[in-house]
Ligand binder design. Structure first.
Ligand SMILES: Nc1ncnc2c1ncn2[C@@H]1O[C@H](COP(=O)(O)OP(=O)(O)OP(=O)(O)O)[C@@H](O)[C@H]1O
Length: 252
């Protein structure tokens, strides 16, 4: 579903070039939950930004459902992001002046979808994520967990192909992190959402079905969970991080 082919990304000008991504290639199949790990500066956010079309690649191709996203330009970009990608942000980015219902349906509303169908779609995902009772409320009137669920609902309400999350648990305490990761696992396993999550954190990564490890802008290793328990997978992740070297404490 997602094909990343020989992607390179350079920042800077001639005399001061940073190679952020160095010939990265991998594929994501529909329904996978992928974590991308690596030390600070290894290129995780750059990779996510290239996939989400927020940044442009210097070389290589990125195909989503067969469409080359590196060739989309201008006004088509915003439309592409709204219709095909879901985002889960670290601070959830819910708009304070809109109800949860309006927040969840915002991409559909901007696309001028029929209000009845927007309402139907919003209610369906809200039901899946257990927040139907909070739909009329504003973000300041609901709990942190309900905000998390609303943000997740927004990322999948339009049937987006791919959900992208950059350090979604980065600002959360351990209880809220666990709750968000369980919601994301539910979106993946019960609703078939395909998720690509960047994280520093081995515990968060252990919820994924596959982990890609970046080092100095290159794909260093990958780990597939298979039938193993999350706990066993977590320990294997720590082993790979130790192999990755560098400042491991930076990764935990
Ligand atoms: N806009 C930019 N201009 C110049 N260099 C950049 C820019 N953005 C990123 N870089 C460089 O590209 C490399 C990869 O950065 P990136 O932010 O992708 O790493 P990361 O793995 O996400 O790090 P972190 O975990 O700290 O967020 C780094 O060397 C960084 O300094």
């Amino acid at each position: 579903m997602l094909q990343v082919q020989n992607v390179e990304k350079y920042y800077g000008s001639k005399n001061n070039v940073t190679k952020a991504l160095d010939r990265i290639s991998f594929e994501v199949r529909r329904g996978e939950f992928i974590a991308i790990m690596g030390a600070s500066g290894s290129g995780k956010t750059t990779l996510l930004n290239c996939i989400s079309t927020i940044d442009t690649v210097s070389a290589g191709n990125i195909l989503l459902d067969g469409e080359n996203v590196t060739e989309i330009s201008g006004s088509e970009l915003a439309k592409f992001r709204r219709e095909r990608l879901g985002f889960i942000f670290q601070d959830f980015n819910l708009l304070d002046t809109l109800t949860l219902e309006e927040n969840i349906g915002i991409a559909l509303t901007i696309n001028h979808a029929d209000p009845k169908s927007v309402q139907g779609n919003v209610r369906e995902v809200a039901h899946q994520l257990g927040i139907v009772d909070a739909l009329e409320k504003f973000p300041y009137q609901v709990s942190g967990g309900q905000k998390q669920r609303a943000a997740c609902a927004r990322a999948m309400v339009a049937g987006q192909s791919l959900i992208l999350a950059d350090e979604p648990t980065g600002a959360l305490d351990s209880k809220s992190s666990k709750s968000l990761l369980e919601i994301m696992t539910g979106m993946n396993q019960n609703s078939g959402a395909t998720i690509l999550m960047v994280t520093h954190d081995a515990y968060s990564a252990s919820y994924a079905s596959r982990i890609l490890f970046l080092k100095d802008g290159r794909l260093f290793n990958e780990l597939i969970r298979g039938e193993r328990s999350r706990q066993v997978f977590y320990h294997e992740t720590l082993d790979v991080l130790a192999l990755l070297g560098g400042d491991v404490s930076d990764l935990l």
